[in-house]
Ligand binder design. Sequence first.
Ligand SMILES: NC(=O)c1ccc[n+]([C@@H]2O[C@H](COP(=O)([O-])OP(=O)(O)OC[C@H]3O[C@@H](n4cnc5c(N)ncnc54)[C@H](O)[C@@H]3O)[C@@H](O)[C@H]2O)c1
Length: 358
Amino acid sequence: MTEGGFDPASLVQSWPKPSAPRPIVTFGAGSIVGDAHFPAYRKAGFPVAGLYDPDHARATRLADQWGVTAFRSVAEAAAVDSAIFDLATPPSHHADVLKALPDGAVALIQKPMGGDLAEASAILGICRAKRLQAAVNFQLRFAPMMLALKDAIAKGWLGEIVDFDAWLALATPWQLWEFLLKAPRVEIAMHSIHYLDLIRQLLGDPRGVHAKTLGHPNHAVAQTRTSAILDYGDTVRCALSINHDHKFGRRHQACEFRICGTEGAAYLKLGLNLDYPRGEPDVLEIHPKGGTDWVAVPLAGEWFPDAFVGRMANVQRFATGEEATLISSVEDAWSTMALVEAAYQSSAAPATPIAERP
Ligand SMILES: NC(=O)c1ccc[n+]([C@@H]2O[C@H](COP(=O)([O-])OP(=O)(O)OC[C@H]3O[C@@H](n4cnc5c(N)ncnc54)[C@H](O)[C@@H]3O)[C@@H](O)[C@H]2O)c1
């Protein structure tokens, strides 16, 4: 207990666990499953029935490593009774997997919800038609640092939020994702989408967006650098400055959020991206209302894998009726996809021209 009565240890950092978790069936045996999904589920004690990947050798390798079944077909995987279907598939494959699930099934879909807004709308249509209880895996919302930040905001330690700045200057190993190297949309659609989604949860939907997203002459990835301004009217400023090509050593790299309220502020370091997927520790510091200095919040876990625990816990609890709200349901996630779409449209449109000297 220090600054102005602020007790950093009192902030909530984890999601309540389901009392009777259902078996999880994962689609896709790619890097994110071994890096985050399965480590999170083991840590939380969530049962994994098995996984399916059309690359059966890959599926078997991962299944053996984690002691689960490698299903031989989509139909076999989709037939597991009362399962939570966990899609860790590339965005263009989500729709086909969803179509194969039983009507009324519960599904968690990796972000993004399709490659663009048209695919997101198709996914939403499938979920509605099949009455799927489906959410998108925007798990940054559940990272311990973000749960603590939202709790601090809810308890009034920052006052009214008036400023959100995301600043990234780092070197992201895009070569880890083969499917991304030729994708037409990369930086905003695959990476900054996490920040846009979190910002929507904190500040609501912006009125619009100004954005410019571009690649880099040293490689062929479609976009790796973005500047964006989200329009929240005349009180809230919100900006993202993202450079994944800052390959000049660790010293001046950064992956930070600065969030200011009328009475306090928060600083976050998202350590994961500074050495992906191993990561450095996350950091959350708060300058609380009534305080005179920054206070470090001791964090109970990291983005990977702990955010995946909370994400799945909410889906599980919603499925059994222990919780009324499905966070980042496909209905809500569609709006994050619409914001991404608007950012690409803005980037393709000319900026305000500057007058020429008469
Ligand atoms: N922080 C995050 O939230 C985060 C990080 C990385 C990746 N992702 C997302 O996770 C998904 C997978 O990423 P990854 O890094 O594991 O990719 P990856 O390329 O390593 O693996 C994708 C796997 O999906 C399999 N697959 C393709 N179609 C399938 C189908 N119909 N059914 C089952 N499996 C199928 C492929 O054979 C491949 O093994 C992507 O949507 C990506 O955007 C999220």
